[in-house]
Design a protein around this ligand. Structure first.
Ligand code: CA
Length: 236
């Protein structure tokens, strides 16, 4: 089963770090962060992150030093450097020290996400994005084309509905609470997760599209008091 990739952000500038955390959570990654160099290195050396986003200019220990120390321990750890200076010298320095890629600030979020995906693809070959969810012999959800094929019919989903389905599928061994969906699919922080109707409305819409009888769902079920669970029989 595909778990979402985990990313460590080492960045001292609050605005950038907070923004990155939000954006990466929104894109389905698990996120951890450090605000300065020493704790950043400590976390990085645990080896539990699929990718490290490493700022260059950091208090206590700079990004190049951290990168060198990570490489001494782990040659394969994917690292993307975030550099404020885009001078060739810095870039070359980062690569020599073993970063997989670099992004110069100010960066566009789209660019950064593309780089992250590229580095993760190279480093975790098995982490290929899933393209279909097969619910039963004639119900196939096409995640890329945002639709479900039911027999000869093709019913479109919105991007958000597909994101909900993908998240439930990734976690289909357990029920997922509304608050978790709001935080990981919608990107709401937990303090903001007051408005919960939006999840219910999306679930209802999805059920109308995928279920034989939306009132008695068999694929997207409710576990009372715990949340929603997507049932994907393993034989399909
Ligand atoms: Ca910095």
């Amino acid at each position: 089963m595909k778990e979402s990739a985990s990313i460590l952000i080492v960045e001292d500038e609050d605005a950038i770090r907070v923004g990155l955390v939000d954006v990466l959570i929104y894109h389905g990654y698990q996120v951890d962060y450090a605000k300065e160099g020493v704790s950043g290195l400590e976390k990085a050396l645990t080896g539990k992150y699929d990718l490290i986003l490493l700022d260059v200019m950091l208090p206590n220990m700079d990004g190049f030093k951290i990168c060198t120390k990570i490489r001494e321990q782990d040659k394969a750890q994917p690292i993307i450097m975030l550099t404020a200076k885009s001078s060739d010298e810095d870039v070359v320095n980062g690569f020599t020290l073993g970063a997989d890629d670099y992004v110069s600030k100010p960066f566009s979020v789209t660019q950064l996400i593309l780089r992250i995906k590229a580095v993760l693809r190279r480093s975790i070959p098995e982490n290929i994005e899933q393209t279909f969810i097969q619910l039963d012999e004639n119900r196939k959800i096409d995640l890329q084309n945002l639709s479900i094929q039911i027999g000869k019919d093709n019913i479109p989903f919105t991007k958000r509905e597909i994101e909900v389905l993908e998240y439930l599928q990734r976690n289909n061994q357990r029920p997922v609470a509304r608050e978790e969906l709001l935080s990981n699919v919608w990107g709401y922080s937990e303090e903001l997760a007051i408005e919960t109707r939006t999840v219910d409305i999306h679930i209802a819409r999805i059920r109308r599209k995928i279920e034989k009888d939306p009132k008695n769902p068999q694929f997207l079920i409710t576990i009372r008091g715990a949340g929603y669970r997507l049932i994907c029989p393993s034989e399909y």
